[in-house]
Design a protein around this ligand. Sequence first.
Ligand SMILES: CC(C)(COP(=O)(O)OP(=O)(O)OC[C@H]1O[C@@H](n2cnc3c(N)ncnc32)[C@H](O)[C@@H]1OP(=O)(O)O)[C@@H](O)C(=O)NCCC(=O)NCCS
Length: 174
Amino acid sequence: MDTIQTQRLTLRPFTPDDAPALFAVFSLPEVARWSGTGTPMTDVSEAQARIERMPVRAGDHPAAGLFAVVPHDTGRVVGMALLVRIPASKGFDGDDHEVGWHLHPDAWGNGFATEAATALVARGFAAGMPRVLAVTDPDNVRSQAVCTRLGMTDLGLRPDWYDRELRAFGLDRP
Ligand SMILES: CC(C)(COP(=O)(O)OP(=O)(O)OC[C@H]1O[C@@H](n2cnc3c(N)ncnc32)[C@H](O)[C@@H]1OP(=O)(O)O)[C@@H](O)C(=O)NCCC(=O)NCCS
């Protein structure tokens, strides 16, 4: 997995040394509530395990990956941006990819999620993905605003992924 440069960010693979920074993000209820089980991490070992699972989580598409988001001005990891295979719900088919974002609250309000996701969507399209999805908790207004800023189409509430009803957004390859 390679490194991506945007105007203000480096997007790079996680290393085991990033576990404390990842833990600092996912131990916060205001971040954790919107992903997975919704339970904040309580020990840095959970972040280590998550980093170890990342290659499997990404899927085998060459453009897919989970990237540490590192602003050029501080050089510190402020969160994660991802382009990964999206798991279809039971009884649904699908071979789609999703773009996603999770940042430390100190980094919100800078356009970093949108800047990172713009680069990842372009990467996916350049590598042949026909469309990229994003799925959000129906109440996750901040995340839905990122989808809108990316120019994604609101697909409404869908049960197709993660065995849950989520508000989905999609963008077709231009
Ligand atoms: C979802 C999340 C990543 C959104 O972060 P964000 O910083 O609001 O999103 P963006 O990167 O698009 O930034 C947009 C904000 O930065 C501001 N901004 C400042 N400088 C900017 C710039 N140079 N370019 C663009 N926007 C800029 C925008 O005005 C906007 O502010 P507003 O929210 O007050 O309107 C963040 O809230 C988060 O990590 N939440 C918890 C985890 C989560 O929900 N993940 C998604 C699961 S589906």
